[in-house]
Design a protein around this ligand. Structure first.
Ligand SMILES: [Zn+2]
Ligand SMILES: [Zn+2]
Length: 146
């Protein structure tokens, strides 16, 4: 499987853009993280590696990758709250978010893929994409309360 840096580089080349060192550092940090990261987290870690990285470079890089479909942005709170980013690799997955400790559990749901497929066929929609977030109290937090 191609890594995120390589996939973005290929897409950029196709568009006549290029992979800058700052972009590479940001993507490497995102790829190495095995969890979801906010733009601020990404900025702090990328900036430690390359002080030329600014928060606006991070946002621009993330927007670019989102438009290329190579990075997913998730919202894990029902009100506002930051967006969480992760590489878009493999099958789409979904998230359970604990409303107390904010722990995130990823899960697959073929049923959702079927719904998307049906909509696509019935309405001629292209590039359809769905990600479900389910909120609740995780087992560890439930035990702590009682
Ligand atoms: Zn919890
Ligand atoms: Zn995820």
């Amino acid at each position: 499987m191609d890594d995120l840096v390589q996939r973005v580089k290929t897409a950029l080349t196709r568009m006549g853009g290029r992979m800058t060192h700052q972009r590479r550092v940001i993507l490497e940090v995102l790829e190495e993280s095995d969890t979801h990261m906010t733009a601020k987290d990404l900025y702090l870690r990328a900036h430690a590696r390359d002080p030329r990285v600014t928060l606006s470079t991070v946002y621009r890089t993330l927007d670019l990758c989102k438009s290329l479909g190579l990075v997913h942005a998730r919202r894990f709170s029902r009100s506002s709250g930051p967006e969480w980013y992760e590489p878009a690799v493999g099958e789409e997955h979904h998230h359970f978010v604990c409303i107390q400790c904010h722990r995130v559990i990823e899960f697959d749901a073929p049923e959702i893929a079927q719904i998307v497929q049906r909509l696509t066929e019935e309405h001629g929609i292209t590039k359809a994409h769905a990600s479900l977030s389910i909120y609740g109290v995780c087992a560890a937090c439930s035990r702590r309360v009682r």
